[in-house]
Design a protein around this ligand. Structure first.
Ligand code: FES
Length: 102
């Protein structure tokens, strides 16, 4: 999966990863996301924005993720937590933007 990531400074980077867990690891290793809870859906430091066109390919937002997102200031229609993302259809290319820090 090719992922185009726009970070908080507006820098764009491209990654080729096998899936979301690898993407989460890469972005937390590079500190593009803080991932303070390690992917337990509690810190929201992995808040990202996804493109509307990609939404149908992504797993649905469950109640826990929705509860965490509801507590954030900078939520938009494409807001998701990267640590909770999975695909429900094959994804060859995805655009994400790292959300503003809270
Ligand atoms: S890493 Fe903490 S909610 Fe995703």
């Amino acid at each position: 999966m090719q992922v185009i990531v726009t970070d908080r400074a507006g820098e764009i980077a491209e990654y080729n990863v096998a899936g979301f867990s690898e993407l989460f690891s890469v972005l937390s290793d590079e500190m593009k996301i803080d991932a303070l809870c390690g992917g337990c859906c509690s810190c929201a430091t992995c808040h990202i924005y996804t493109d509307e066109d990609d939404a149908v390919k992504l797993s649905d937002c469950d109640e826990n993720e929705r509860d965490v997102l509801d507590g954030l200031l900078h939520v938009q229609s494409g807001s998701r937590l990267l640590c909770q993302l999975a695909s429900k259809a094959e994804i060859s290319k995805l655009n994400i933007t790292i959300a503003q820090a809270e």
